[in-house]
Unconditional design. Structure first.
Length: 234
């Protein structure tokens, strides 16, 4: 699993501690927790079909003390090697694999002596459980999916897909007007936004029954970025 990209991808997700009864469970050994204030960032999501959970922690302990805590925890638990460590954009990361479950800790200094960080846990799936990124959502030819994340909240589900392609925002917007309306979606918002020069961006909202799709389409350099959020019950 590309832990570096995945942890960064979910930093902006808001989460609650509630867990819906029909959500997939990780079925993993408990994540060792340091002395710290813990907040759910993503209590139950799936990345390309891979279930995972992410918490933020804030501690009075230093980053070194946090890393030492996990070194002790994971040295005492087979298999060997017990963990790996690496730097990542100002963070220090320590990670371990246990019983098909992957644990990742990102930590950096906070305040004069404390630290802050992320605790990520996921379970490696069977090959048949891995979903192709972007599956079942229409895209223009050659689109490259960056992230495909399922969100599980009590009583509803949502999915966020982020991808890029070589076509203009105009071409992408026209494609979705045709394709999604052909699939029974109704356009309720379709705004063209000037962003400087001759460039434009689009914000679109479509509805079908109780479901809603929100889209933003922007140009960045040589590529168009498309961010889609699908919700079964907004």
């Amino acid at each position: 699993m590309a832990a570096r990209c995945l942890m960064a991808a979910v930093l902006a997700l808001a989460g609650s501690a509630a867990v819906a009864a029909d959500e997939p469970r990780l079925d993993c050994p408990a994540f060792p927790l340091p002395e710290a204030n813990l907040t759910w960032i993503a209590p139950n999501i799936a990345y390309n079909g891979l279930p995972m959970q992410i918490r933020q922690f804030d501690s009075k302990e230093s980053p070194k003390a946090i890393l030492d805590y996990y070194r002790r925890e994971w040295r005492a638990t087979p298999p060997r090697p017990s963990f790996v460590e690496y730097p990542l954009d100002g963070w220090q990361v320590i990670a371990a694999l246990r019983e098909r479950c992957f644990y990742t800790v990102q930590v950096k200094a906070s305040g004069r002596e404390g630290s802050t960080g992320l605790l990520g846990m996921s379970r490696l799936p069977e090959p048949s459980q891995v979903r192709e990124a972007g599956k079942n959502f229409p895209m223009m030819s050659g689109s490259n999916v960056i992230n495909d994340i399922d969100h599980f909240d009590p009583g509803k589900r949502a999915r966020t897909i982020y991808f890029t392609n070589d076509f203009s925002p105009d071409a992408n917007a026209g494609f979705y007007r045709r394709v999604l309306t052909g699939e029974g979606w109704r356009v309720v918002v379709d705004h063209e936004l000037p962003v400087g020069g001759n460039r434009t961006a689009y914000v679109m909202i479509l509805k079908r029954g109780t479901a809603e799709t929100n889209m933003s389409i922007t140009r960045s350099g040589e590529f168009t970025n498309v961010l889609v959020t699908l919700m079964d019950r907004p």
